[in-house]
Write a new protein. Structure first.
Length: 57
């Protein structure tokens, strides 16, 4: 289960991207998560996926 709080979600997603997944699509597939829902939550607090850095910035 992924965190519901946006700040905790940001930390969780960036940790997973850094440690285990080559990109956001692979992460969502690997943990069976809704990509659009995650993006919506993180965009809502001003963070967007940066594919060059493989992180939400």
């Amino acid at each position: 289960m992924i965190p519901q709080d946006p700040i905790m979600l940001l930390s969780f997603i960036n940790m997973k991207l850094r440690d285990s997944y080559e990109n956001f699509d692979a992460l969502c597939e690997g943990i069976d998560a809704d990509k659009e829902e995650i993006e919506k939550k993180l965009n809502g607090i001003g963070y967007h996926y940066d594919s060059a850095q493989n992180a939400f910035k």
